[in-house]
Design a protein around this ligand. Sequence first.
Ligand code: DAH
Length: 349
Amino acid sequence: MDQDRAKKISEIENRINKEIENLRLDVKASTDIKSLELLKSKYLGKKSCLLSIRKSIGSLDSEIKPVAGKMTNALKQEIDKIISEKEIEIGELEREREMAEEALDLTLPGRKPRKGSISIISRVTEEIEKIFIGMGFEIAGGPEVETDYYNFEALNTPRDHPARSLHDTMFINDNVLLRTQTSPVQIRYMEQNKPPIAIIVPGKVYRKDYDVSHTPMFTQIEGLVVDRGINFGNLKWTLETFVREIFGNERKVRFRPHYFPFTEPSAEVDVSCKNCNGKGCRVCSWKGWLEILGAGMVDPELYKFVNYDPEEVSGFAFGLGIERICMLKYGIDDLRLFFENDLRFIKQF
Ligand code: DAH
């Protein structure tokens, strides 16, 4: 009888050992959590060897039941232990792999973002601002969407005025438009301030135009000085000083009579051609001179719109196109280049 029991026990022992051996092999071959889950159900689930041994215990001799019970419990513990050890091992491996994937190689050379630079127009605008600030001017501004009143009417350019046809105006409706010039800021500023006034107004302006010397948007700087006793001599000195500062001392300046609705008298200002030094060449269309700005004494008509007394004050105004100054300064022959964003052009500055 003892022999019989011993045999039974050793039979169970063999099955258990075999089972553990199989489990070890299976666990060794498994490389991820998913396959480990499958092993759990294979070795602990309904069809597992563990369960079948447990079921068979009921029919065993009562003497060996407790022994067999202990052995199956030990088997269960062993299975749990082997699987959970592997679980930890796989977890660590997976974390290591994730870390390796996310790792930064700090020794790699960086990718340099392309450096932008200040546009040539902004740069020249700043240069011009500095020159005028040095002469005591302040910087002012106004809206790009403007009313007919400020852009034309109060600048002495009523609706039937022939000078209007020179501005290819972009209207938004009958009374609202994209400003064609920075001059409306003259009126806006005078409405809000009393003389003495000395301002410059850089800003974008808009006209329906497109060719080598015209773009639908371009940049102007307006200037306005109003005080007691301002005369044409002040205007001349201011603009001559400006031209020498921006283009160099050797350039000559000349004033030509002209017409603007808001100045009287009016002038256009030319600078001697740098290319031919005034002799005449292709750049200056054989004139020896290049036109750079419009100017004049503020027409007293304007003071009526802003409640200034023309008997008390007088002033001068001027307006220049910044792109034009850039073109002359850097020998650029097509205005459209400024706005086409061609890196070959932009990179030169
Ligand atoms: N606003 C003029 C234009 O766009 C330029 C100008 C001329 C402005 C004479 C002035 C001036 O202030 O006095 O053509």
